[in-house]
Design a protein around this ligand. Structure first.
Ligand SMILES: N[C@@H](CCC(=O)N[C@@H](CS)C(=O)NCC(=O)O)C(=O)O
Length: 96
């Protein structure tokens, strides 16, 4: 594990998808959108703290569940993953 990046615990790539888990893909896209460095570490769900993947290890802080991971990233790194869609919604509202 690298000291400089978040560790994203994942399942594995298959069926021409980056991962078999949609929850892992969602979290990976959010890490990319946030511009955060991360490292994929494959494992099987029984090895995860809550028995499910994904979970992250953010420099010693372990966060499980894609919903809680998103909240953690937004809070800790001050990213707003909905900013673009909120701006578009505001623009549509003004136009209408
Ligand atoms: N609510 C969780 C769901 C995660 C989840 O169900 N992951 C599946 C892989 S797609 C898993 O690890 N399943 C193992 C099991 O249920 O035993 C999240 O959003 O992260």
């Amino acid at each position: 594990m690298s000291d400089s990046s978040i560790t994203l615990h994942v399942t594995r790539a298959a069926f021409e998808l980056p991962d078999t888990s949609p929850f892992v893909i969602k979290t990976e896209v959010q890490l990319k959108m946030a511009g955060l460095a991360y490292e994929r570490v494959p494992m099987i769900p029984p090895q995860a703290p809550l028995g499910k993947l994904p979970f992250i290890d953010d420099h010693g802080e372990v966060v499980s569940d894609s919903t809680f991971i998103r909240a953690h990233l937004e809070r800790k790194y001050g990213v707003d993953l909905d900013a673009r869609q909120r701006a578009q919604a505001w623009a549509f509202e003004r136009v209408l």
